[in-house]
Ligand binder design. Structure first.
Ligand code: PXP
Length: 236
């Protein structure tokens, strides 16, 4: 049974819509943990469109499970990560104009910089994960870089589920998960997972953690955050 990481960025998105104090992502983190989340995930974006530096500091102090910080390779963000020391840093690609993280990290193109950032993070006792497409070369390069984990991008699978033709993308995820494990990597997955499409992914042998944001926060609008987290937990 994989662990559940709940991404609470959208709680901060709602708060930032008014630039006031509510809803507070810190309170959301507490509710998620009390409802069965195994970790909390936040993305400190360069444009600070949702999570703010202050949120991250408070979260570091109150999260009792594990704090997984999604981050780009930007120097300022790397400095903050080394200072805050989340349990895990997941390196993601980031473009200002995107609505959400669109693709996996181009580990081949950015290999040198990723190696530098990994060393800095590891020296600060932070586990490192790379958010990548479920492709052999990216997985092999990640293993060569000596990271602790990868997070397989499930966006293509989620999109295929909407078209009711998920099987090829599912097979790709399952086989790439096995390949990554054979190289000694811990394998997480996420992006676009929801209450309808999560079960097959949760049953992939050895998958360590699923990181889910939008679907849980969207469901929370109707049933409350605690129930939304518990329902997802049950599906895993
Ligand atoms: N994993 C990573 C690396 C992400 O960037 C995101 C989106 O912030 C998620 C998981 C969660 O995606 P979703 O909000 O679609 O569940």
């Amino acid at each position: 049974m994989p662990k559940l990481g709940v991404n609470i960025d959208h709680v901060a998105t709602l708060r930032q819509a008014r630039r006031e104090d509510d809803p507070d992502p810190v309170l959301a983190a507490i509710v998620c943990e009390q409802s069965g989340a195994d970790s909390l995930v936040v993305h400190l974006r360069e444009d600070r469109r949702h999570i703010q530096d202050h949120d991250l500091m408070v979260l570091r102090n109150i999260v009792k499970t594990r704090l997984n910080l999604e981050m780009s390779l930007n120097t300022g963000i790397v400095d903050i990560a080394c200072n805050i020391k989340p349990d895990m840093a997941t390196i993601v690609p980031e473009r200002r104009e995107e609505v959400t993280t669109e693709g996996g990290l181009d580990v081949l193109q950015h290999k040198g910089r990723i190696a530098e950032v990994c060393n800095l993070l590891k020296r600060n006792g932070i586990q490192v994960s790379l958010f990548i497409a479920p492709e052999r070369e990216a997985i092999q390069t990640s293993a060569d870089l000596g990271v602790d984990a990868i997070e397989l991008h499930t966006g293509a699978y989620a999109a295929a589920c909407i078209r009711r033709e998920r099987s090829q993308d599912f097979q790709q995820l399952a086989s790439m998960c096995a390949f990554a494990q054979s190289l000694g990597l811990s394998v997480n997955a996420g992006h676009g997972l929801n209450y309808d499409n999560v079960r097959p992914i949760a049953r992939i042998e050895g998958i360590a953690e699923l990181n889910i944001g939008h679907a849980i926060i969207a469901r929370a609008v109707f049933v409350g955050l605690s129930a939304a987290v518990k329902e997802m937990r049950l599906l895993l």
